[in-house]
Design a protein around this ligand. Structure first.
Ligand code: ARG
Length: 468
């Protein structure tokens, strides 16, 4: 291979971050070769000692990778052989880089996934904490970015939290498909050696070995799924940040981003810009593009391994890194947001937010909803003409539109009544939101335990492998 071909084809810059998993995967493979007497135990011992030394060197930051070798796998193997000589050359028995890279990649993606779940859980907690202190804060709920009906800020913030809760659920479901071990698929067709794939899979914390060796070396569904999961979480994050940008504008004035997460202008001294939120919004574009790239990469590939698959890692890493860094800062930005309850309340006075209330009132007096909708529309038009809110119209004035309207209409038209009467399950009343908070808190706790258990079972597998 010429140097320029090597420079063109190398993946070391991207895959070197999987070095730890490559070494650990090799330890499991070597141990299996010994147990199955495919290699003499003497060689296996030497290989294992060498690999353990490489692991130590890596953890101490002393493992130097050679850019004259095309990827992390050839680097580790060469470093091992450099240390222990001929026995190192026996490690690659009954495997290929095709099943090796797929295994390393899955192990690495597992870790990224768990890290992201933890951030998503933190973000839900931050939103829940803000919701707790804003149970009585009232603002207009929007549809079409127009004032629709009053809601509590707690209810609004929890709506965001639920999105991130589903992101965690989705990642946990993806994890089950990621956590399948391709090692032992060899190049594509399996191997002539009497290997124990079950043992290797368990030793590396996987649920099971894959069923089909050709699928094993080519399946990147897990990578595409990871990209999609990250992209959707980024879309959710971007939507939240879009609101922070809008709400911190003077036109809304609903929220102030803490100084720590704002920037100034180089020319306008009075400016305080929500750059963090804007950049999260912008970086979601990259994560969405990663999901598209991943699918596009895969769509044109015949079975089985093709070198195109080398490009999968950069895409997934970019996607996961983007999400992790955006989540990390957004958690802190959300925790330090300060909301302007007076501004929000004032906004509920605009836009006839209590129109639905009036229609419901007429229904309660026996009018069919469709007719009530029509009558209320006429009253709103009348009120707009007078430059008044519905509640500011006199009883006589109101009764011109319907004789069903009586003095008891006024209490029904207050913001408090709009909120407290929406007491249906999942609704915006204080009681319903309290119940929602209790349930969400429980869900977050459950997610936390599941993620911790997933982490623990990986640690246990690795501890068992590395301590013996
Ligand atoms: N660097 C390669 C990748 O990431 C490893 C597998 C190479 N296999 C091969 N047959 N060239 O895909």
């Amino acid at each position: 291979m010429s140097r320029d071909t090597l420079d063109f084809t190398t993946s070391l810059a991207v895959d070197s971050r999987m070095a730890w998993y490559d070494i650990v995967g090799s330890i499991a493979h070597a141990r299996m070769l010994g147990r199955k007497r495919i290699l003499p135990q003497g060689d296996v011992d030497v290989i294992q000692t060498g690999l353990r030394e490489l692991l130590d060197a890596l953890e101490d930051g002393e493992l130097v990778l050679n850019d004259g070798l095309e990827d992390v796998h050839s680097n580790i193997e060469a470093a091992l052989t450099g240390r222990i000589g001929e026995a190192g050359g026996r490690l690659h028995t009954a495997r290929s880089r095709n099943d090796q890279v797929a295994t390393d990649f899955r192990m690495y993606v597992r870790e990224l996934l768990l890290e992201i779940c933890s951030y998503l859980i933190e973000l839900q907690k931050a939103l829940l904490a803000q919701a707790k202190t804003n149970l009585d804060t009232v603002l207009p709920g929007f549809t079409h970015t127009q004032h629709a009906q009053p809601v509590t800020l707690a209810h609004h913030l929890l709506a965001h939290a639920h999105r991130f809760g589903r992101d965690v659920e989705r990642l946990i479901e993806s994890y089950a498909r990621i956590n399948i071990c391709p090692l032992g698929s060899a190049a594509l067709a399996g191997t002539t050696y009497d290997i124990d794939r079950e043992y290797v899979a368990k030793a590396l914390g996987f649920e099971a070995p894959c069923e089909n060796s050709m699928d094993g070396v080519s399946d990147r569904d897990f990578a595409a799924e990871m990209c999609f999961d990250c992209a959707l979480a980024m879309v959710h994050l971007s939507s939240l940040c879009e609101e922070i940008v809008l709400w911190s504008s003077p036109e809304f004035g609903f929220v102030e981003v803490d100084d720590k997460y704002s920037t100034g202008s180089s020319i306008m001294p009075q400016k305080k810009n929500p750059d963090v939120a804007e950049l999260v919004r912008a970086r979601s574009a990259g994560a969405v593009a990663d999901a598209a790239s991943m699918l596009t990469l895969l769509r044109s590939l015949p079975l089985t391994y093709n070198r195109d698959l080398q490009e999968d890692k950069g895409i997934v890493f970019h996607s996961a890194d983007t999400l992790a860094s955006c989540l990390d800062i957004t958690v802190r930005m959300v925790a330090t947001l300060s909301f302007d309850a007076a501004k929000m309340l004032a906004a509920t006075r605009k836009g006839y937010l209590n129109a639905t209330e009036l229609a419901d009132y007429l229904v309660s007096k026996g009018m069919p909803f469709r007719v009530a909708h029509e009558v209320t529309g006429q009253i709103v038009r009348h009120a707009i003409g007078r430059g008044k809110g519905i509640e500011e119209l006199g009883l006589k004035e109101l009764r011109r539109f319907s004789k069903l309207i009586q003095e008891d209409v006024y209490p029904a038209l207050t913001v408090e009544s709009c909120i407290s009467r929406r007491d249906s399950y999942g609704g915006t009343s204080k009681k319903a939101v309290r119940l929602q908070m209790t349930n969400l808190k429980r869900h977050i706790g459950e997610q936390e335990r599941r993620v911790a258990n997933m982490r623990t079972s990986l640690h246990q597998a690795f501890d068992a492998l590395l301590s013996s």
